[in-house]
Design a protein around this ligand. Structure first.
Ligand code: AMP
Ligand code: ZN
Length: 114
């Protein structure tokens, strides 16, 4: 998708600090972290948001969750815990229209969802 910054990160046109990659998923550090550990997990295929999921592409969400599990194991978060967040649409604050999950941890995040 031309003009999409996460597609450009996927293609190496914009630099990123990659923490995980497989054939379907890429994860890199958020440029504006809100916690000691803050990475974004994206599918390599361009999907705008949860609103664009359908029966043929919904497996990307499973791929993202399996990647999160591996990233947690590799970064010492598996037992401590972490949070996965997806923002969908303007009122949720989605600023990059390429579906992504924030993986946040490295401190006590408390119980509040927002
Ligand atoms: P959202 O508000 O859910 O769409 O989240 C988009 C996230 O992308 C924000 O947390 C930004 O800090 C992050 N972000 C934007 N540009 C970059 C970039 N070039 N590299 C890494 N993270 C980025
Ligand atoms: Zn994209």
């Amino acid at each position: 998708m031309s003009g999409c910054i996460f597609c450009k990160i996927r293609d190496g046109e914009i630099p990123s600090n990659r923490v995980y990659e497989d054939d379907k998923v890429l994860a890199f550090k958020d440029i504006n972290p809100v916690a000691p550990f803050h990475v974004l997990i994206i599918p390599k295929v361009h999907i705008e948001s949860v609103n664009e999921l359908n029966e043929s592409n919904v497996n990307t969400v499973a791929d993202i969750h399996l990647a999160a599990k591996k990233i947690a194991e590799e970064n010492g978060l598996k037992d401590k815990g972490y949070r996965l967040i997806n923002n969908c649409g303007s009122e949720a604050g989605q600023t990059v229209m390429h579906i992504h999950y924030h993986m946040i941890g490295g401190k006590n995040l408390g119980t509040a969802i927002i």
